[in-house]
Design a protein around this ligand. Structure first.
Ligand code: AMP
Ligand code: MG
Length: 314
């Protein structure tokens, strides 16, 4: 890992950044269940099996998730206390791909004091009157905090592109604009992790039908979801371009097999832990530094008080 100056987060670097083995980092020891896209060569989504489970069963995956949840709690506490780095987690995926479920399961263990969720819907009139990054920038995390985006700036090259809501030259310029924006976030001490929750078209159908049956899920029903299904292949192309154009070392995309909810949760949690772990040492070092500084101040205060009372006594 690149040397990190304690107290200064100039350009956060991932522990695994230097490994450019191909379009996607192979899973192996210490690698992620999610597939990190390196940006080296273009990926095709059809090459990823949404039903993948790495040979695990549900019980094994859930047991692993419990452990990862504990690690996330510990990492979040260090992140918060050190107050140097921010973490932005972006969740994207087709309707029913599990963005809400991932937030509940993976982030459910986090301390709500240091964690925010922002959902991006159809832009309001006021949002549309600004550049497309305006509403997004306003919700990015400050140092010490984790923010999860349920949809994001990427909608502006996904739904907007698929439905031609702006001319082609406008949306096609946005890939570079997003890359510059994410570079700015990274240069300002923000770790950016972007997850594409990859479900199959048939799994989506089952989940939509399930929503119609279950009263507890009926609030999510939307005729738009069935209508959007007709544009599935256009969405896949738009996702591929977003992932290929905007996978950078400072803001990587991860393709998450998401047909099995328990595997999806595991893959996202593991990726977060693997990405934050290398920061444990610098965050601890920062905490020790803060501790030393504060102790020195307290000692000085006591010395001053002693001096004052000695003078009074004299
Ligand atoms: P949901 O996440 O199910 O609540 O739905 C939010 C909806 O807002 C989705 O259909 C998104 O495609 C849509 N949406 C989000 N951002 C934008 C955007 N920038 N332009 C147009 N539609 C958007
Ligand atoms: Mg919806």
């Amino acid at each position: 890992m690149a040397a990190i100056k304690v107290g200064v987060v100039s350009s956060p670097s991932w522990a695994f950044i230097d490994v450019e083995t191909g379009p996607v980092q192979p899973r192996g020891q210490g690698m992620s269940y999610a597939h990190r896209v390196t940006g080296g060569r273009a990926i095709r989504l059809q090459d990823f099996d949404p039903d993948e489970d790495a040979g695990l069963n549900r019980e094994q995956a859930e047991a692993k998730l419990v452990k990862l949840g504990q690690e996330i709690v510990e990492l979040q506490e260090l992140l918060y206390a050190a107050g140097e780095t921010a973490v932005l987690i972006v969740l994207q995926g087709m309707d029913t791909s599990g963005k809400d479920g991932t937030i509940r399961h993976v982030m459910g263990s986090m301390n709500p004091l240091g964690c925010d969720v922002a959902a991006f819907k159809v832009p309001t009139e006021s949002e549309l009157a600004h550049d497309f990054l305006w509403r997004v920038h306003a919700r990015t995390p400050g140092r010490g905090r984790i923010t999860i985006f349920n949809r994001s700036r990427y909608e502006d090259v996904l739904v907007v592109r698929v439905h031609g809501l702006v001319p082609r030259d406008v949306w096609s310029a946005r890939y570079d604009q997003i890359n510059h924006f994410e570079r700015l976030l990274a240069d300002s001490g923000t770790l950016v992790l972007k997850f594409f929750l990859h479900i199959s078209k048939s799994e989506q159908k089952e989940r939509l039908l399930e929503r119609e049956q279950e009263t507890t899920k009926a609030w999510k029903l939307s005729v738009g979801d069935w209508q959007e299904r007709r544009y599935w292949s256009a969405y896949m192309r738009a996702y591929e371009d977003a992932i290929n154009n905007c996978s950078t070392s400072h803001a990587p995309w991860f393709v998450v097999p998401a047909d099995k909810k328990w595997f999806r949760n595991l893959a996202v949690a593991e990726t977060i832990v693997e990405a934050l772990k290398p920061w444990k040492r610098p965050w601890r070092a920062r905490l020790e530094e803060i501790g030393r500084e504060e102790r020195t101040r307290i000692e000085e205060m006591r010395k001053n008080e002693r001096r004052k009372s000695e003078r009074k006594g004299a």
